[in-house]
Design a protein around this ligand. Sequence first.
Ligand code: ATP
Ligand code: LTN
Length: 328
Amino acid sequence: MTTSRVFSGIQPTGDPHIGNFLGAIQNYVRMQDGHDAVYCIVDLHAITVPKDPEELRANTLRLAQLLMASGLDPERCTLFVQSHVPEHAQLGWLMEGTVSFGELSRMTQFKEKGDRSEFVSAGLFTYPALQAADILLYDTNFVPVGDDQRQHLELSRDAAQRFNSRYGETFVVPEHVIPPVAARVMDLQRPDDKMSKSAAAENGLVMMLEDLKSIEKKFKRAVTDSDGEVRWDPENKAGVSNLLSILGAVTDQDPKNLAEQYTQYGALKVDTAEAVIAKLGPIQQRFAELQADPAETSRLLRLGAEKAREVATVVYERARTNIGFLQP
Ligand code: ATP
Ligand code: LTN
């Protein structure tokens, strides 16, 4: 039996928060074993919103170091930067000919980000076509992502099927892997909203590299409700259920079972903070060590890009031939 391929992408748009960690990064680490796992820092996606060049460069390196500190091992997986593998942009264009204007118009992430921005780039609109290219370029079977990526993954599947039926069997149709717990970590202050880097209230957002004391404070101040009962009920008790799912995801337990072990919000908040700190402390330490040698990180990323290209060039060639481009 051949090993299945896993692919995922993450944007270098500032340090990740615990939502990114629990919804995605933690699963990247788990899926390294038993799969051929390919992880990509998607800088091409990041420029769909204008960025300061020096900041983008620094964020890309930092994210690579943070992913390694979290447990991604360049020996056991392929970790690389999207712009180092030109086939992403090339296949992206073929995908722009495959997905429709109507489909892209229905993407909720575009609607949200587009509404928030003053300058709406064409790339922000066609972003999911490039995402489809990322995934299809590696004959990907499984894509670990958070819940907010469901719609983009559906579009990637549709794009693969449409291309295959137009031009003959070319792409593997991928499946998403969304974690059963913490697929949508909510803001600690506004538990009806997703935790996001662009959050309005800073106290609701917990960053992976945040000072551990500050993390403790934020959990203690987390918004709950006034009925005083610890119960798993995301619809009606968003704040409490969010704490239960964070604790569950960090300690690998079922949030419903955890709910039965608590009678007071205070104890739940303290234990959740402790568990998150116990997880992030060692990651922060490894990150600091890796930061001491940026040249080594760059070397590992170059090796990652070489490994990625071995697959990407073959799949791109297949797509290019099937679509009818003349051989140079
Ligand atoms: P953000 O909304 O914070 O800017 P993003 O989704 O726009 O994040 P990325 O940094 O590329 O951009 O996200 C990386 C991964 O983190 C994706 O798989 C995404 O689904 C996941 N993710 C983002 N926010 C959350 C969250 N609040 N809970 C769980 N998973 C999340
Ligand atoms: N769109 C994703 C990031 C992303 C991605 C990918 C995720 C770009 N390409 C390929 C999975 C597979 C986001 O906004 N989080």
